[in-house]
Design a protein. Structure first.
Length: 161
């Protein structure tokens, strides 16, 4: 019973597909029928160009003959001598720590936030890079000493950005 119903549905869908295909084929060939065309005679249309002899620049521009050629590209050479300014290099410090676990990073973040220093932490997989934007060496030594309280041994390296 189920097999006959399946065959019936498949045959019904194929029948609908065939009917739709036939109508699409008829619709596509409907516009291919040749339509009568009429050739109209070409009318001579003449335009009158009035040239006025103006003594100004517009008259001179209007009286220029049209060239048979056109340049493919216009070239403009501009020379701008801007004095070269050397960018000042920013000196920052990289804090190197021996531990990189969650507790050490938490203690590090709290210590840096409490000292009000501008810092950036870049975590790259297992390794973390900590950059400190300060020029105060006393502050850097205080940070290192506070991290030793949490058993985090650290050192500072100068980096030019």
């Amino acid at each position: 019973m189920g097999r006959n119903a399946l065959f019936g549905v498949v045959i019904f869908l194929l029948l609908i597909l065939g009917v739709c295909g036939f109508f699409l084929w008829r619709y596509a060939n409907l516009n291919l029928a040749e339509t009568p065309t009429q050739h109209f005679g070409q009318e001579d249309v003449s335009t009158q160009v009035q040239t006025q002899n103006n003594s100004g620049w517009m008259g001179e521009l209007a009286s220029i003959d049209k060239k048979d050629y056109a340049l493919s590209a216009n070239e403009i050479f501009i020379e701008y001598n801007k004095p070269k300014v050397q960018k000042s290099q920013i000196t920052a410090y990289e804090l190197i720590i021996d531990k990189n676990d969650i507790y050490s990073i938490f203690c590090l973040m709290q210590t840096l936030k409490n000292t009000f220093v501008d810092f950036t932490v870049i975590k790259d997989g297992v390794k973390s890079q900590i950059f400190l934007n300060t020029q105060d060496s006393k502050l850097l030594q205080n940070i290192i000493l506070e991290l030793k309280n949490y058993d985090i041994h650290s050192s500072v390296r100068e980096v030019k950005l």
